[in-house]
Design a binder for this molecule. Structure first.
Ligand code: SF4
Length: 998
């Protein structure tokens, strides 16, 4: 999006500003089509032949998508098994691999990997830096130069943490050429790993089975958004929070700021930044004193100083609140404590993790809801401190050659560390990054590697499942597989003999042959087994059963000397990753820039969060420019006034750009890391993202912060409903009568067997936005940019509204997915002068683009404000246009559009059913949003089938319809969100009071 320093762009490879030329399209279509076909049964055809479809390949039906199983490792904190939908050689959509436990679910960031693949700012081929800047170069020259540099010694290879065979490959490569391999993840788990080493003497990341818990106490981890495994944890969280399926787990959040995860909590314990460690220890002490068992006796002395009252004072919270939490945890059957994550990772990060481990230990959660499987599937990586040390060695001239592949240390380390300057002291900086980024901008050579979707790979998803990654299309640009580039560099450096395989796909197959050799007699031959693994996306591994799920506590932990941080005089600063940008990797993806942040609902910028009590005396309102200053630096950015943050705390998101309103290579806004001094936690070497002392100044100027939600509350219109768990009506008392929806002639044709409808469970929705991005991807939604968003001209068919509902002691968020309600008596339809808005026999509100003349009467008459008008013809610069879904019309200027429940998927299923002489079965159609949702908050189906899941949910006790009093008869039923928090007297019984006819 920004040109940056690298002198190439989408325009360089684009023949016309409007998009791809026919010649370019045919290049990708012909070559990639053959490649995608080959990808299902082996390495892609690397020939550059244009192959017309006069005689199409056997497994390709023109106009029909083919699904290829592969693996995504670079889309956030967890590796994800996916299905890539490939049409005519182009990947057009990503979905979760339905054979895995998380089903078709994916995160928003994972969906946007498509825009990473088709990013116009990718480096299109080898580049060499000369006195005239970066110029085109040949692969031969680049490999030769890199080989000579590596042969010169003192080489460091910096990569992301490698899962599966890549880790072995990098180790062997480094050994062969005499280099040092440093796998690094900026938002890593080093503090958690170190704490478990101290506690149990093991190098492991446990599994947090929150789905089996009845009380979740989170000490800061954004486990539903950005920490550890949000897609998997989202599913576990939903399972724990389903009323009617046993007891809904209670959820308490401890920390100075409510994150995406924190907004779902029943209770907020707003402990001062850095004191979460004390709260965990005080809770552990209190519970240990009540249990008085062997575990309690073991940790008695280490917990003794941390009384509830003294800790409450230090943490700035009411002792009564803490005492009540201790009561609840002590009486819970299966409590679980979740660690600090990134946003609470301060200068004593290891201590904080260890305190949470001790709490889990005394609660009996270790081995019960927190399980160790003996070996971790999470790849190891060096801590931040090692990267800081690398920077020092680079500055001292000790590093001759730095090969950077897939990480961006010049951006992802605090500016105070001086990594960007240190790069200039390294004689040979070679970037294998596929993208132009801050580190690439300092490289002497850029040898761009393939995108993950163009690459081979593998990785452990669980201890008993090895996933396989395969190229799902031919490379978009003149790039090579990262490991192949390294092999070629090794050859040029004279280390060819160290590797038997000619390329990485051969190397990978060699490793998998070893796996195959371990299969019992009678197993299929390698070729059959390999092709089946490619088709399935991986193989199950025979592993011994887990025996040691609860390792004993070490003496070191039982006698640990805990450290706490002193509260700063002015403000504590928190920097935190977001679901849209994570560590910054999402900043060049338009879908992510236009996806409203889950907490603030802001787009296209970064901001500073401050409490109303902080903003008031300064006269600051949301959007006013404020300056935050720390010892390391300062930023000036728009304020966001947020009631979910302590008055003595400021928070800024990570992942945007460097300078105000313009990252040097991608993204916009500012880089929050500029505010950190880079001091690591002494025990683990982890970077302290939280706890820096900061000051705040109002500049008196107005900035620009586009917020995509008008009001934080529903103004008493009962749009988003939150009820106390005791007010959930009896399951037999159905609130909604579906009769009119399925029988009234206007709602749907009585002769049609279908009346499509949807149920959305607000209790399950976490606001993660995966559904929103899936909708953009499936339905070719355009991105309009900051200015048009500001004018209310966004094009999103599905928006997640975040409403605050007051509880007796605070507030709780209800995330409210808003989309076309497919009304039975739709106000949009009768006002259209040309019948573009019409009612289908199956009850959908159809929209005939070709008829629409753009009067916008329909949008004016829609009470839900879910119709979107194309004020312009929005362009997608090449190769972003290759992502477009051919099943969905690309709309142009002057046309109204909106959600139609993915009618293209409905029609496909109906055609399949018709071919087979049957009706569409329940669950056969998944809308894109439903498929993507990690918590299964969305259910779609046929309301005329009384046994369908959507019918049963729509008639369920918590069901209600938005603005039902308007008698629009929506086909979307919302299920009320449920809380353990006491509701104000006036709110009691919303779930079953007279207004809704219970
Ligand atoms: S409905 Fe959408 S925002 Fe809500 S949990 Fe599901 S995917 Fe996330």
């Amino acid at each position: 999006m920004n040109d940056g320093d690298v002198e190439h762009s989408g325009n360089e490879t684009t023949a016309t500003a409007e998009g791809t030329t026919r010649r370019e399209f045919l290049k990708v279509l012909g070559v990639a089509g053959a490649g995608a076909a080959a990808a299902a049964c082996g390495p892609p055809d690397t020939g550059d032949k244009l192959i017309p479809y006069l005689i199409p390949p056997d497994d390709i039906v023109p106009g029909t998508s083919v699904s290829y199983a592969t693996l995504l490792t670079g889309a956030g904190p967890e590796p994800l098994a996916i299905h890539a939908q490939v049409r005519d050689g182009r990947v057009i959509k990503l979905e979760g691999n339905p054979s895995r436990p998380t089903g078709g679910a994916l995160s928003a960031l994972a969906h946007s990997s498509l825009q990473d693949l088709y990013d116009p700012d990718r480096v299109p081929g080898p580049r060499q830096r000369t006195a005239n800047g970066l110029v085109d170069a040949t692969w031969e020259d680049g490999i030769a130069a890199a080989g000579a540099a590596v042969a010169g010694g003192s080489t460091v290879l910096l990569t992301p943490p490698a899962v599966g065979s890549a880790a072995r490959f990098y180790q062997e490569w480094a050994a062969a050429v005499g280099a040092t391999w440093m796998p690094w993840e900026p938002l890593g788990l080093e503090a958690l790993r170190t704490a478990h080493g101290i506690a149990f003497g093991i190098d492991a990341i446990p599994t947090y089975e929150i789905n089996s818990s009845d009380h979740i106490v989170c000490f800061g981890a954004d486990f539903l958004g950005t920490w550890l495994a949000p897609v998997e944890m989202g599913a576990r969280f939903a399972a724990a929070r389903m009323p009617g399926h046993g007891v809904q787990a209670r959820f308490s959040f401890v920390g100075p700021r409510l994150s995406l995860s924190g907004l779902k909590a029943d209770e907020w314990i707003p402990a001062r930044a850095g004191t979460e460690v004390l709260v965990a220890l005080a809770l552990a002490r209190e519970i240990a004193s009540r249990k008085a068992d062997g575990r309690a006796a073991r940790v008695e002395s280490v917990l003794d100083p941390f009384t509830l009252d003294s800790v409450a004072e230090a943490a700035g919270i009411e002792a009564e609140k803490l005492r009540r939490l201790a009561d609840q945890v002590a009486t819970a059957k299966a409590p679980i404590a979740l660690p600090p994550g990134i946003a609470a990772q301060g200068p004593v990060a290891t201590d904080m993790h260890l305190a949470v481990i001790l709490l889990n230990y005394v609660c009996g959660a270790i081995g019960s809801t927190v399980k160790f499987d003996g070996e971790t599937v999470r790849p190891r990586h060096v801590p931040f401190a090692a990267i800081a040390d690398l920077g020092r060695r680079m500055s001292a001239g000790e590093i001759q050659t730095l090969i950077v592949a897939g990480v961006n240390p010049a951006y992802a380390t605090p500016a105070s560390l001086g990594f960007a300057e240190a790069l200039s002291k390294v004689p040979n900086v070679i970037s294998l990054s596929p993208h132009a980024d801050e580190t690439t901008s300092a490289a002497g050579w850029i040898l761009p590697s393939h995108h993950e979707l163009e690459s081979w790979g593998d990785g452990l998803l669980s201890r008993d499942y090895m996933a396989l990654a395969q190229p799902v299309m031919q490379p978009v640009f003149d790039t090579r597989q990262r490991e192949d580039i390294l092999l070629q560099i090794a050859t040029a450096a004279g280390a060819a003999d160290s590797f038997q395989a000619a390329d990485y796909s051969g190397y990978l197959q060699g490793v998998w042959r070893e796996l195959h050799d371990r299969l019992p007699a009678g197993a299929p031959g390698f070729d059959d087994w390999w092709y089946q693994a490619l088709a399935d996306g991986g193989v199950s591994l025979a592993v011994p059963p887990v025996t040691d799920v609860a390792p004993p506590l070490t003496a070191a932990a039982a006698n640990y000397s805990f450290r706490a941080t002193a509260a700063p005089a002015d403000f504590s600063l928190i920097t935190y990753p977001t679901v849209q940008f994570y560590d910054g990797r999402g900043a060049n993806r338009p879908w992510m820039q236009e996806f409203p942040d889950a907490v603030t609902k802001a787009v296209w910028n970064a901001w500073v969060e401050l409490h109303p009590e902080t903003a008031g005396p300064l006269g600051v309102e949301t959007g006013d420019l404020v300056q935050v200053r720390t010892e390391a630096g300062s930023v000036t950015a728009p304020a966001y006034v947020y009631r979910g943050i302590r008055p003595d705390t400021l928070a800024v998101p990570l992942g945007q750009g460097h300078a105000a309103y313009g990252r040097t290579a991608a993204g916009r806004g500012f880089n929050a890391l500029d505010l950190l001094d880079g001091t690591p936690d002494q025990r683990s070497g982890a970077l302290a993202y939280a706890g820096a002392a900061a000051t705040l100044t109002a500049t008196g100027q107005r900035g620009k912060l586009v917020i995509m939600q008008g009001s934080d509350v529903d103004l008493g219109r009962e749009i988003a409903e939150l009820i106390n768990i005791d007010d959930v009506p009896d399951a037999m008392e159905h609130e909604i009568d579906l009769t009119t929806l399925v029988e009234a002639a206007y709602d749907s044709d009585p002769r049609s067997p279908y009346r499509w409808g949807m149920a959305i469970d607000l209790n399950a929705c976490t606001g993660c936005g995966a559904c929103v991005t899936a909708c953009y991807s499936e339905n070719n939604l355009p991105v309009v940019g900051e200015d048009l968003c500001d004018q209310g001209r966004e094009m999103s068919w599905l928006q997640i509204m975040r409403y605050y509902e007051d509880t007796e002691e605070g507030f709780q968020a209800v995330h409210f997915p808003t989309l076309c309600q497919q009304c039975g008596d739709a106000p949009c339809e009768p006002v259209c002068p040309v019948y573009a808005a019409y009612h289908t026999p199956e009850g959908l509100n159809g929209q005939v683009y070709n008829r629409c003349v753009g009067t916008r009467y329909c949008a004016n008459n829609c009470p839900y404000k879910v119709r979107r008008f194309n004020w312009f013809t929005y362009e997608r610069p090449y190769p972003l246009n290759l992502q477009l879904n051919p099943d969905v019309t690309v709309r142009s200027k002057g046309v109204m559009e909106k959600c139609t429940f993915c009618v293209q998927r409905i029609n496909r299923a109906k055609l399949d059913a018709k071919d087979e002489g049957r009706l569409v079965a329940d669950g056969e159609i998944q809308t894109a949003c439903m498929q993507s949702c990690p918590t299964q908050a969305i259910t779609f189906g046929n309301l005329k089938d009384p046994a369908s899941r959507v019918s049963r949910m729509a008639k369920g006790a918590r069901g209600y319809r938005m603005l039902d009093e308007l008698n629009t008869r929506p086909a979307v039923t919302y299920l009320k969100s449920v809380t353990h928090a006491a509701m104000p007297e006036s709110e009691h019984g919303h779930g079953g009071d007279s207004e809704h006819g219970d």
